[in-house]
Design a protein around this ligand. Structure first.
Ligand code: AMP
Length: 286
């Protein structure tokens, strides 16, 4: 496994692999790797000749009052995890290599970037789309692996790749969870023991809602779930929305495949989670 810190060097290596006919997989991350990231890496190692894991805490996707400085950066541990999981290249560029002081170009995915998380984190998805576009170009990836945990991010990256004619295929990967249901996240390390116990209610409530969605009106399913979220001690809801799976537009009574997506603060930690909901063929009870 090689650790590459320079963007031009990474691109040169990737181009050489491309020329040699290797298929390249990219797993973009911000590090503090956990089993969720490892599940993405495992898919790439299985599908691709070469796996590149990028580790980059991207300043352009953090707001001024967010956790950019305190975001965990256990780089030695991350390198060990990558090595153990058969990664070929860990790409860890410096901020001013990716975004030099004269940097000017940004990618925006209109509408999709402004809803849900985007309504609470202005410029977040502009930062995400921009860095992902750059990583696609640097890595020459045939496939890039994204977790469904960040469902809106996944949809934005899919749309960007389609609109900008990237040759990189986006591979969605299911959410890795703790045994109690809590979605794995680098930010879970901010939670106290008690907060962690409270946090696992989020996935339980989502699971129950998905079950109810099969045969109940989606508005009442949402209302019940929101009532339950509000009862989690220390919780504050940024949003809890049922949206269409394909384009994140608001779900309605005709929606067959939806995603119930939430952002909920537990104390000072903002957690996101979601569940895919599929309507059963049976008649909907009013
Ligand atoms: P991050 O390091 O948080 O930017 O995440 C890097 C990639 O890992 C993104 O595509 C995330 O969606 C994905 N990811 C993070 N947590 C999980 C999880 N619990 N299960 C599956 N994928 C995840």
């Amino acid at each position: 496994m090689k650790v590459i810190k320079n963007t031009l060097q990474m691109q040169k290596i990737a181009l050489k692999h491309l020329k040699d006919g290797d298929e390249i997989g990219l797993v973009p991350t911000m590090g503090a790797l956990h089993e969720g990231h490892i599940s993405l890496i495992a898919k790439s190692v299985k599908n691709d000749d070469i796996t590149i894991v990028s580790i980059f805490v991207n300043p352009t996707q953090f707001g001024p009052n967010e956790d950019y400085l305190k975001y965990p950066r256990p780089s030695e541990k991350d390198k060990g995890i990558c090595k153990k999981n058969h990664v070929d290249y860990v790409f860890m560029p410096l901020v001013n290599d990716v975004f030099p002081s004269d940097y000017k170009t940004f990618v925006e995915v209109k509408t999709l970037q402004d809803i849900l998380c985007g309504a609470f984190r202005p410029n977040h998805f502009r930062g995400v789309a921009t860095v992902v576009a750059k990583l696609f170009n640097i890595s020459c990836a045939d496939r890039a692996y994204f977790g469904m945990k960040d469902f809106q991010q996944l949809k934005i990256v899919e749309k960007m790749a389609k609109d900008l004619n990237f040759r990189t295929k986006i591979v969605p990967c299911s959410i890795a969870r703790e045994r109690n249901g809590l979605a794995l996240s680098s930010r879970n390390s901010y939670l106290s023991v008690d907060e962690k116990k409270m946090s696992m209610n989020i996935s339980r409530i989502l699971r129950e809602a998905a079950k109810d969605f099969r045969c109940r009106n989606f508005n009442s399913v949402k209302k019940d779930a929101v009532d339950k979220f509000k009862k989690i001690p220390g919780s504050k809801i940024d949003y809890a929305e049922i949206v269409n799976f394909d384009d994140l537009s608001p779900a309605d009574k005709n929606t067959k495949k939806a995603v119930f997506t939430v952002a909920i603060w537990i104390g000072k930690t903002r957690l996101i989670d979601n569940v895919v909901m599929i309507k059963s063929r049976r008649r909907v009870r009013k």
